[in-house]
Ligand binder design. Structure first.
Ligand code: ADP
Ligand code: MG
Length: 472
């Protein structure tokens, strides 16, 4: 089989193996560009992709699967390189499962009277207080670290090319991790392009609908939402279980989607865990690109605090920044709370910010990340991590560096640093006298794996939740 044929065969195989959204978004439309067979090392395929985001995804998240399947197809282990090809054929929009006639059949009868073109006429921009944006929530002000890198790129790709790359885009994850910030960043960017954009929390959407029904202005309501270029709905989880809102939103969604308008959603969890969400909405949401947000790693938290300090023109000593980042290890809103308190305190006392002030403020917070619960101990971390890996604590503290044990030990290092007060040297000591650099290395290893491997990341989230819950 020649390289070109091998790539085609691999693509066919990938189409079967990957889920449809993944394949359509990243692999459909890729092109074989070339092949090298250096004297040393494996052969390299060069594949053309549409944009940097697709390249990132293929180089990181999907690399292993693609390489394995292509190697099988070609018969020997190979590597891949991805290049951006501007003129690559546009991806077919994955709306095969949503033919127009079916969409029209789903529209409610009252609507049939209204010709389709009228549904996309732009209204004069009415006053829309619900879509006011926080000027601070921009891409520039979003600090990108390891774990949320891809989610950030996805949001940017959508903002740059609305309705042409990922539609809908759904960002999900726990509270205070930047979902609203990213949604509004997209909204800002699209407004700058003079697109017709509404950003709205789902509760406001529900209110708007209720008012429209009460005042018999549902036609206007529909026109307003269905004539947008970009609709961003935040906290979409709240529409689950609300029948008529879901009904209306379903039609809004379809109308926008059919006319190739961008939809962006944020949810506090994966749609599959929104139990009372109607199936037809769930499948629409899952048919797009789903990206999660995670707690940023320690270094990113430090960088975020530094960016806030810089923005406000205040000098914060590194020791204080680091202390804040250590304490606020579950989300960024908490980080912001600590930072604001410390800054307020230093303003009041007209003193330059120092570590002592910071300590005083933080003491008052009393380990806010535990919300009054006793803090998690290193021993608890070891116990749960060991159990999760079917090991004993003794294995973690032992000298052995066998792969499986070492892996569990690195996870223990990561969790201990994230969830307890212990310093790196203390964690190292408790792990059988290891140095703080070893602990730091282990920590980074885990961060790296989380950035590359979805399944591993979910495993870490579950483990973290288990530890927090255990402490309730
Ligand atoms: P969510 O909507 O996920 O609950 P938000 O978007 O409201 O979270 O974020 C909480 C706060 O943290 C906001 O003030 C936001 O600007 C800030 N924030 C979150 N992530 C980042 C980041 N990576 N860089 C800078 N600020 C961030
Ligand atoms: Mg939010």
């Amino acid at each position: 089989m020649n390289p070109q044929e091998a790539w085609n065969a691999a693509l066919n195989q990938l189409e079967v193996q990957l889920d449809r959204a993944n394949f359509d978004t990243w692999l459909r439309g890729t092109t074989y560009l070339g092949f090298e067979n250096p004297a040393e090392g494996p052969a390299i395929f060069t594949i053309g992709v549409r944009n940097t985001f697709a390249r990132d995804m293929l180089e990181h998240r999907l690399y292993r699967s693609v390489r394995r399947i292509l190697s099988d197809a070609y018969g020997v282990p190979v590597e891949l390189r991805f290049e951006i090809v501007k003129a690559a054929p546009a991806v077919e929009s994955p709306d095969g499962d949503m033919p127009l006639f079916r969409l029209l059949a789903q529209q409610d009868p009252a609507e049939e009277a209204l010709p389709l073109h009228q549904q996309v006429v732009r209204p004069q921009r009415p006053e829309m207080p619900e879509s006011e944006l926080n000027p601070r929530y921009t891409f520039e002000r979003f600090v990108v670290g390891g774990v949320n890198n891809l989610t950030y790129s996805a949001a940017q790709a959508v903002a740059e090319n609305p309705a042409s790359v990922y539609n809908p885009l759904l960002i999900y994850g726990g509270v205070g991790l930047g979902k609203t910030h990213l949604l509004q960043s997209i909204a800002h960017t699209c407004r700058k392009k003079n697109l017709n954009v509404i950003y709205i929390p789902s509760e406001a959407f529900i209110n708007d609908l209720v008012n429209a029904i009460r005042q018999r202005t549902t036609a206007m309501f529909r026109e307003k939402y269905r004539s947008l270029d970009v609709l961003l709905v935040d906290d979409i989880q709240f529409i689950a279980g609300k029948e008529s809102t879901q009904e209306e939103f379903f039609h809004t969604f379809n109308a926008l989607y059919t006319f190739n308008k961008q939809i962006v959603l944020a949810s506090d969890r994966h749609p599959r865990h929104l139990e009372t969400l109607e199936d037809r909405l769930r499948s629409r949401f899952e048919g797009g690109l789903l990206m999660d947000v995670q707690t940023p790693e320690y270094e990113t938290r430090v960088a975020i605090v530094e960016s806030w300090a810089q923005e406000r023109g205040i000098r914060v000593p590194r020791s204080v920044t680091e202390m804040i980042a250590e304490r606020a290890s579950s989300n960024i809103r908490e980080l912001e709370g600590l930072f604001t308190q410390i800054v307020a305190k230093s303003r009041l006392s007209a003193q330059p910010l120092n570590r002592n002030d910071a300590e005083t403020v933080l003491e008052r917070f009393e380990r806010p990340r535990n919300h009054g619960r006793p803090s998690i101990t290193v021993e608890q971390v070891f116990e749960i991590v060991a159990k999760h890996h079917q090991l004993g604590i003794r294995d973690l503290t032992s000298k052995t560096r066998a792969g499986r044990i070492n892996h569990a030990r690195q996870i223990a290092m990561y969790m201990a640093r994230e969830l307890t007060d212990a310093s790196l040297p203390q964690i190292g000591d408790m792990l059988g006298g290891r140095s703080h650099t070893t602990v730091l290395h282990g920590y980074h290893k885990v961060v790296e794996m989380m950035a590359e491997d979805d399944r591993f990341r979910y495993e870490m989230t579950a483990l973290r939740e288990k530890l927090m819950k255990n402490n309730d």
